[in-house]
Design a protein around this ligand. Sequence first.
Ligand SMILES: [Zn+2]
Length: 338
Amino acid sequence: MSELYTWQNETWLRWAGLRSRLPHAILLKGPQGIGKFDFAMNLAQSLLCEKPLSDGLACQNCPSCHWFQQESHPDFRLLQPDALAEAEDGEERDAGKKKPSRQISVDQVRALADFVNLSAHRGGHRVVLIHPAEAMNTNAANALLKTLEEPSERMLIILVSHKPQQLLPTILSRCLTLVMPMPTLEASAAWLNQKGINNPAALLAQAGFAPLQAARLAEEAAGADEYNRFLQEIRNPAKFDVFALAEQLQKTEPTKVIHWLQQWCYDLSSAKLTGKVRYNSELIDLIKIISNRIPALELSRYQKELLFARREALHPLNPKLQFESILLSYRQMMLAGS
Ligand SMILES: [Zn+2]
């Protein structure tokens, strides 16, 4: 369920007032990182909800809300670049696979045609959400224009944009625009505090005062800390305590830990073969020394094991056991040459 932020309350009221004379298309514009997408999701869900609350918010309980929460509502379409969809799923790509697109393609927009022309499955509204709208390439934008020129009954197209100046003027002119508010510093700080982020002032400044962006920065910094602590442990195989580390890691996603190990081993192997590293460039000297000690066969055997572990890690029965197993094996590899 998407959060409706305190700084969006007034805009929500404006939207609630529009519901009785619904436009065909609505543009939510404003800087990145202030919660426009979450607002749009609330808006879409509330329109599809079968028993919206008195303030217009979705009830979260009706069949329609359940489908929406499960991302399977038949009367809702979300168009976003593949790169964004993948990032949200938290999926890791296998090396060698094509990079996901940062654009919304004309095929994605054309695929809407059937959706636009059929009537609603649930007899209510249909909603299309395009995010971010400026990710549409020229062909996609022109295809969307056709849809906007022939609006369907009871259908709303929501465009979310941080860069509306990049949208076609002909598209803009067909949208009702809602300017999404920038939260005050106090509101942003209060929201970040609630998420357990203390002293958010510096972080907010770094994020251009966009609170969601600040939260992302905080998360990245915490992730980097965790990674560095992990590396600190495993770089000295004679000293590190497999079982203590497995215990410590219990709350960390197994796929994440395996990914760390994969990057680390990639660097070990790359340093051995080419003298270069890709992920931990600041540790290159250390990595060269360590990698010289490890027999190449052991390293490649362990890398294969990690690949296998990653598949297993999607449904781990016991993460701690899995950590113990991959870390024991890691230590075996590191000590193989000595
Ligand atoms: Zn509902």
